[in-house]
Design a protein around this ligand. Structure first.
Ligand SMILES: CCCCCCCCC/C=C/C(=O)SCCNC(=O)CCNC(=O)[C@H](O)C(C)(C)COP(=O)(O)OP(=O)(O)OC[C@H]1O[C@@H](n2cnc3c(N)ncnc32)[C@H](O)[C@@H]1OP(=O)(O)O
Ligand SMILES: NC(=O)C1=CN([C@@H]2O[C@H](COP(=O)(O)OP(=O)(O)OC[C@H]3O[C@@H](n4cnc5c(N)ncnc54)[C@H](OP(=O)(O)O)[C@@H]3O)[C@@H](O)[C@H]2O)C=CC1
Length: 273
């Protein structure tokens, strides 16, 4: 697939992609490596991560530098080790993609206390853990780019009350930390990928999958869902997963300045400082 970016876009850049062993994270990691970046993929299941490392190495040009780490983003100690191991190995950290996360589908009334806690802990606290550790261990001194993968849930998301609440909190956290850390040259953006029937996403919803993904296709103007293949034909309106890496290193500034964040950032940064 002919990518639309220069092959050396991420030369000498190091990016952590949580949940990078599968689905959207894997596609993002491949995009970064194909554009000459070094990538760290992390997840709870080490065997799946090791498999992911091999997939990325096989897929990309030889010499791809990929590090696979076991990390449950809900556990602060494991997140701290993920950052330490990354910096020990590569000596820097340019980007963090908080892709690791997810949820189960359930009517709100049926969600147990443990279920609500697990989903919020994963998506909100997990993203927080990774951002704060990245700040403390590298980005606070050196700057960096953070992309948080969220849901299109600003109008709520029936069946996903726990995850929608957590993701909206992540969006708000991204704005606050974007203002507080602007002075450290850290840019934070969120990407809501729309619906991608990735293998693991489909598996996550079991027999409900067909209904969930078919129904959501009906709500999409193009009447079809995004596909997780190597890049995408932008003219067909499918999200190219290239956008996530690109936002990491280029569009971010444009997004902030076009959305008037500049003024907000300045005013809030002054306030915070
Ligand atoms: C109209 C169209 C619009 C279209 C709109 C379509 C929206 C789709 C878009 C989004 C798609 C995606 O995100 S795709 C991403 C798919 N991938 C994932 O979700 C993977 C990550 N998710 C997970 O690992 C799990 O879901 C999660 C619960 C978050 C964490 O897993 P854990 O192993 O930590 O959880 P466990 O220890 O097993 O359980 C913790 C608690 O959660 C409860 N729990 C776990 N799974 C449960 C389940 N399926 N149903 C009920 N409860 C569950 C358990 O009972 C426990 O509660 P107690 O018993 O009370 O203790
Ligand atoms: N597919 C879709 O339609 C959409 C997906 N998203 C979001 O995009 C992200 C990727 O989803 P997708 O690729 O589709 O599905 P996947 O299930 O493949 O991705 C989830 C990834 O996150 C990892 N993960 C889950 N919980 C943790 C944890 N506690 N610590 C570390 N890693 C964790 C999983 O690895 P492991 O189990 O090994 O930990 C897995 O690799 C998710 O956050 C998802 O919610 C958002 C909107 C739509």
């Amino acid at each position: 697939m002919q990518r639309i970016f220069a092959k050396t876009l991420f030369k000498n850049k190091v990016v952590i992609v949580t949940g990078g062993g599968t689905g959207i994270g894997m596609a993002t990691a491949k995009g970064i490596v194909e554009l000459s970046g070094k990538v760290v993929i992390a997840g709870r299941d080490k065997a799946r991560i090791d498999e992911g490392v091999e997939k990325i190495k096989t897929h990309c040009a030889e010499g791809a530098e990929v590090l696979g780490l076991q990390c449950n983003i809900r556990k602060r100690g494991e997140v701290s080790n993920m950052l330490t191991d990354t910096i020990d190995k590569f000596g820097r950290l340019d980007g963090l993609v908080n892709n690791g996360g997810g949820q189960f589908w359930s009517p709100a009334e049926n969600i147990s206390p443990g279920g609500f806690h697990a989903v919020v802990d994963t998506n909100l606290k997990g993203s927080w853990n990774c951002m704060q550790e990245a700040y403390h261990q590298y980005m606070g001194e050196n700057g960096g780019k953070i992309v948080n993968i969220v849901l299109m849930s600003e109008m709520g998301l029936a069946g996903m009350s726990h995850s929608a609440a957590a993701r909206e909190a992540v969006k708000n956290l991204s704005i606050t930390l974007g203002a507080e850390w602007a002075g450290n040259n850290i840019q934070i953006n969120c990407v809501a990928p729309g619906i991608f029937p990735s293998e693991t996403a489909v598996a996550a919803y079991g027999e409900q999958s067909k209904e969930i993904f078919d129904k959501s296709a009906a709500n999409v103007p193009k009447k079809r869902l995004g596909e997780l293949y190597e890049g995408a034909n932008l003219s067909e309106g499918t999200l190219s997963l290239d956008l996530i890496p690109q936002i990491l290193f280029n569009l971010t500034d444009a997004v902030q300045y076009t959305t008037g964040w500049k003024e907000t950032l300045d005013s809030r940064t002054k306030l915070v400082l």
